[in-house]
Design a protein around this ligand. Structure first.
Ligand code: HSE
Length: 311
């Protein structure tokens, strides 16, 4: 494919409570990475519009560029410079997979420039090794709800059916940021056998319920003892939201989205009622927030040729 072209990546929500580092869902909120032109090797020019504008211009720190360079190195390809324009709708450092989107975007850009591009499935191990865990990059790349297992080298994954139309995803996004590395540092190194068994049961129930459409099991299935109790303390209102939102009649389960601080709920009924409870709790704790009512993204990342006048 010739320039200009666009790589579009969806947001994603990892863990869904019990499925720490394993379960993730693609969400219909997108970043577009437009490759306007190829530049001489080592030259990068980055324009950013939307989320992260003003802070993602440095190629040395930009994760799309870093992931692109990593893929080029992996494949022994000379790293052609890029004029890149990012049009970002995924909030940064809020647990909605913005870094996974950048990793998937960078690797897909390199893949477009390969002599023989690889299939998306073949790119997943490289994407996962850049990100360090599979539960955002795999649903970001493939779309849908995906259960993934990664042992540092090999990846296994199974995609599950989409949500029925009457169930929507509500995500409340506070203004505060939490970096994934800080949220991982907050976790204990060891867990008790009792807590491990608790989560094994819950995440198995989650996958079985999702696969068979037993949505009424989700509130139980999303319960967790491995990470949320530690992470809910890292942002104002976290503990209260997890405790209160699940009591909503229309809520089918609530969890910290990824490593936080956004919170995600599945809702059958009126999404605004659940969203306003979440945002009110954030506001009671002195934090401004916004909410999104999102469909599941079922397509994953896409690559499209652009007409020169579109770029
Ligand atoms: N599974 C990862 C974590 C997701 O919870 O740290 C980070 O987005």
């Amino acid at each position: 494919m010739r320039t200009p072209f666009r790589v579009r990546v969806p947001a994603s929500s990892a863990n869904l409570g019990s499925g720490f580092d394993t379960v993730g869902l693609g969400l219909a909120l997108y970043n577009d990475y437009e490759v306007i032109d190829l530049l001489p090797q080592g030259e990068f020019s980055i324009d950013v519009v939307g989320e992260g504008s003003g802070e993602l211009h440095d190629p040395e720190a930009n994760l799309v560029v870093k992931s692109y360079l990593r893929a080029c190195a992996e494949w022994g390809m000379p790293p052609q410079g890029l004029h890149l324009r990012s049009v970002n709708a995924i909030p940064l450092c809020r647990g909605l997979g913005s870094s996974a989107g950048a990793v998937v975007g960078g690797v897909l850009i390199a893949n477009v420039l390969r002599k023989r591009p690889l299939a998306r499935e073949e790119l997943l191990p490289l994407m996962t090794s850049i990100e360090g865990h599979p539960d955002n990059v795999v649903p970001c790349c493939l779309g849908g709800m995906v259960v993934s297992c990664w042992d540092g080298k090999d990846l296994r994954h199974v995609r599950l059916q989409a949500l029925p139309r009457e169930i929507v995803t509500v995500v409340a996004v506070p203004e505060v940021r939490v970096s994934t590395s800080k949220a991982r540092e907050a976790l204990p190194e060891k867990v008790s056998l009792q807590d491990a068994v608790f989560n094994v049961g819950r995440v198995a129930l989650f996958a079985a319920s999702w696969a068979t459409g037993r949505w009424e099991e989700l509130p139980w299935a999303m319960d967790d003892r491995l990470h949320q109790q530690f992470r809910a303390k890292l942002f104002p209102g976290g503990e209260t939201i997890l405790e209160k939102v699940r009591l909503h009649r229309e809520c089918l389960g609530v969890a910290i989205s990824g490593s936080g601080p956004s919170v995600l709920a599945f809702v059958k009924g009126n999404p605004e009622a659940v969203a306003s409870t979440m945002c009110r709790i954030f506001s009671d704790h002195g934090v401004r927030s916004r909410f999104f009512v999102l469909d599941v993204d079922d397509e994953g990342a896409t690559v499209t040729a652009l007409a020169s006048e579109e770029a």
